[in-house]
Design a protein around this ligand. Structure first.
Ligand code: SF4
Length: 494
């Protein structure tokens, strides 16, 4: 799975984003709005005592599907094939992209229209098709803004959440003409005018495109039916108007039966857009005479999912239905935004999904993600399929540490080893306490900041210790150790 090329590890990227006050204002406003909407509609079910039941039912449905994944996928393939679809299997991003490109080439097209899809973003399909001379046009409004702005998505549901209206107006004015119908000269930043400009721009593309590309929110094994839910209706245009439809579907999207959808189609919209129902729910089963695309291809994508499935603690991440609720409540995400995570999956779910799909110990950027959390637990509380993200984060931290065992130790590991050696011997501990008492007295005299409560702290530790004090206060050690105090006062009695 690709990460944004050249992205530094999370702490470095986050530090830069923290300085962007416009970004923080945009994010705080947007996440607070979505949070409030979600809380209201989830509250209706909580009052009726059914939300927790639905949440646990959703988790059980996904776990059941994952438990016998191979059986469900084979049934899905049989049903799809019987309904006239062509099923392809892709082990990784390269194979999936090659399949989509080959379908497009077979039909001799130089452009495709796309339904918003995380799977295709994950495999960087647009970039791959561009290399083959095929333009992939995003038709979801937020994806369109990201694409026209040569930008990167920063949220699963609202990829342009980091943009405000003024920035969107600027992007439409500057870039729409290059990609098709230009923005009207008198366009303003009124949301209705912006949406209208996008609608006219996209209509041209819907009417022209011969090939549509989508993902799927769910794939029902018992009937071979794919499901896409959305709010704008643009997805449905892509699913029904082109002659050929290619759907790239992560293998974890399969659910055994239609009854399973009953639960998930209640929890997904409430958690994502704060609606009781998605405005558009499209389902299709292969090819139907006189209705929709004449040719349907389904690419079943692994790309690290079987690796995640093999992880006993982490496999629950595959329950994720990409609602994005965990992002909207995460205090870390709200302050740094999605780009800092360096992946199309940002926020709490991105912090576990990226290392699970890609493995740890190879890429410092991926290894930094399990630490991109305060472990406050808010993500678990809102997750509609009850993924225990904090526990998986802690387990992935363990995996990162394990992966580095035997390699050149980090400064932190060396420091911990030294502390361990000191604590292992009363004599060494006594010497360390004496030295830290001296250091404490020196810092108290020289220390440049005073913490609440009056204790001195170092503003910046010297040498490698600077990395520690960059992000934390380093309180001065007490001038007298506990053991020295105990001896001097006879345990507080004198
Ligand atoms: S982890 Fe849970 S809350 Fe986060 S996107 Fe997935 S389903 Fe939604």
């Amino acid at each position: 799975m690709a990460t944004f090329v050249g992205m530094p590890a999370f702490p470095e990227a986050a530090r830069e984003k923290l300085g962007d006050t416009v970004l923080r204002r945009n994010l705080a406003h947007a996440t607070a709005t979505i949070r409030d909407k979600r809380a209201k509609v989830v509250g209706e079910l909580e009052d009726a005592g059914t939300w927790q039941d639905l949440r646990l039912a959703g988790a059980a449905i996904k776990d059941t599907a994952l438990h016998d994944l191979a059986d469900h996928l084979e049934l899905l393939e049989r049903r799809l094939t019987a309904a006239g679809a062509t099923v392809h299997w892709a082990r990784d991003a390269a194979e999936a992209c090659a399949i989509v490109a080959s379908v497009a080439r077979t039909h001799d097209v130089d452009e495709v229209v796309k339904v918003k899809s995380m799977a295709t973003a994950e495999i960087e399909l647009n970039e791959h098709l561009a290399d083959e001379g095929i333009a992939a046009w995003e038709t979801d409004l937020a994806e369109l803004i990201v694409q026209l702005g040569d930008d990167l998505p920063s949220h699963v549901l609202v990829p342009a959440i980091h943009r405000n209206r003024a920035e969107i107006l600027d992007i439409f004015r500057r870039r729409m003409a290059d990609a098709g119908r230009a923005a009207p000269d008198d366009l303003t930043d009124d949301p209705r005018r912006l949406a209208e400009a996008a609608r006219l721009h996209l209509r041209e593309k819907f009417l022209r495109a011969k090939v549509g590309v989508s993902g799927a929110n769910f794939a029902v094994a018992e009937t071979g039916t794919l499901v896409v839910v959305e709010s704008e209706g643009n997805g449905r245009m892509c699913l029904t108007m082109p002659e050929v439809l290619v759907s790239v579907v992560g293998i974890e999207k399969v659910v055994p039966t239609w009854e399973d959808l009953d639960v998930l189609l209640q929890t997904l919209p409430r958690s994502s857009t704060g609606e009781r129902m998605n405005p558009y729910t499209s389902t299709w089963t292969g090819v139907t005479d006189g209705d929709g695309p004449r040719e349907v291809h389904v690419v079943l994508l692994d790309n690290g999912r079987t690796r995640a499935l093999a992880d006993e603690v982490g496999r629950q991440a595959l329950r994720c239905i990409r609602c994005s609720a965990c992002m909207n409540v995460c205090p870390v995400y709200e302050r740094v935004g999605g780009h800092a995570y360096g992946s199309v999956y940002p926020g709490p779910i991105g912090a576990i999904l990226n290392p699970l799909l890609r493995g740890v110990g190879e890429d410092p950027q991926v290894d930094s993600l399990p630490y991109a959390s305060t472990l406050c637990g808010a993500c678990y509380e809102v997750c509609p399929v009850a993924i225990d993200i904090p526990s998986v984060l802690v387990d992935q931290r363990r995996a990162v540490v394990d992966a580095k065992r035997g390699k050149r130790p980090s400064a932190e590991a060396l420091a911990m080893k030294a502390v361990g050696a000191a604590f292992g011997s009363p004599r060494r501990l006594g010497a360390l306490e004496q030295a830290s008492g001296l250091a404490g007295r020196a810092v108290s005299r020289l220390g440049s900041v005073t913490l609440p409560g009056g204790r001195s702290a170092l503003r910046s530790a010297p040498g490698p210790g600077r990395a520690w004090t960059d992000a934390r206060d380093a309180p001065a050690p007490p001038a007298e150790s506990f053991r020295a105090w105990w001896e001097r006062t006879d345990g507080g009695r004198s």
